[in-house]
Design a protein around this ligand. Sequence first.
Ligand SMILES: Nc1ncnc2c1ncn2[C@@H]1O[C@H](COP(=O)(O)OP(=O)(O)OP(=O)(O)O)[C@@H](O)[C@H]1O
Length: 290
Amino acid sequence: MATHHSSASPSPGARHRRAAALSIDHISFSYANGHEVFKAFSLQVKPGEFVSLLGPSGCGKTTLLNLLSGFQQPTSGVISINDEAVRPEMPELGYVFQSPQLFPWLSALENVRFGLRMQKQLDARQQIEKARHYLALVGLDKAADKLPYQLSGGMQQRVSLARALALEPALLLMDEPFAALDAITRNNLNEETLRLWSALGQTVLFITHDIDEAIFMSDRVVVLGIAPQGIHSELAIDIPRPRANIETRKLPAFLDHRTTLMGTISEVIHADGNVDAGAENTYSGNIQHV
Ligand SMILES: Nc1ncnc2c1ncn2[C@@H]1O[C@H](COP(=O)(O)OP(=O)(O)OP(=O)(O)O)[C@@H](O)[C@H]1O
């Protein structure tokens, strides 16, 4: 992976959208079969804050994303972005998923441009200019014409990040975005994502199974318990920014946070009698999601 550092200047014709405040206020949600996932669950994320959600399988991360995106409705309580109730396809929201979900027949550039075309706010020249700008920000200016299969997994995930950023979301939801990548690529993308976040300033809600990743990225790590417990505990990450892989990951504060979170996760897992013995490995720092 290249160690490029393109400047994150505002994009051509960017409509500045301020970072969003996210408010999840006492939501409850059960599936049709009666399975209760959230009971009076609340979480506030401040504009520009980087918050990670760490939690065992089944704690409701996917359900929460579906509720945040407005595709499912809580049975009670309200989720709002900048005081506006969430609804499907809200322009304030951007997504990056574990699988890059690129259109295989479109070039990297056209994949980034796709959402801009759907928005219908820019003419073709402006769309291409903006797509190029965000591809350059993720270091892929030279790969603009490549098809997804010609790109490595890490490069594909960069395209997916550029595609989300090009829409200039005020709140970026990242669902285990780097879990499928090798540790070196993941660490590099962690650093790159922070560089872009500090330049662009959006609010980020980041879901991960990786304790080290959660600490490295976040202002705050929120640990979820087994559904419907909701938030088990929170940890403020008081490590200075900018953060860099080599320096930050060896700081005493980083290692302290890791020890704390490993203890917390162990507590969460052992509080649930049904969790299999291998579950704890999922959370060891930098061990791949199993
Ligand atoms: N359609 C459904 N009907 C009933 N129960 C469901 C449904 N979808 C999910 N669940 C249950 O709701 C709980 C939360 O599921 P969810 O998929 O949100 O968890 P998760 O934290 O995303 O897990 P994972 O990390 O394994 O993806 C789980 O116990 C799951 O079995």
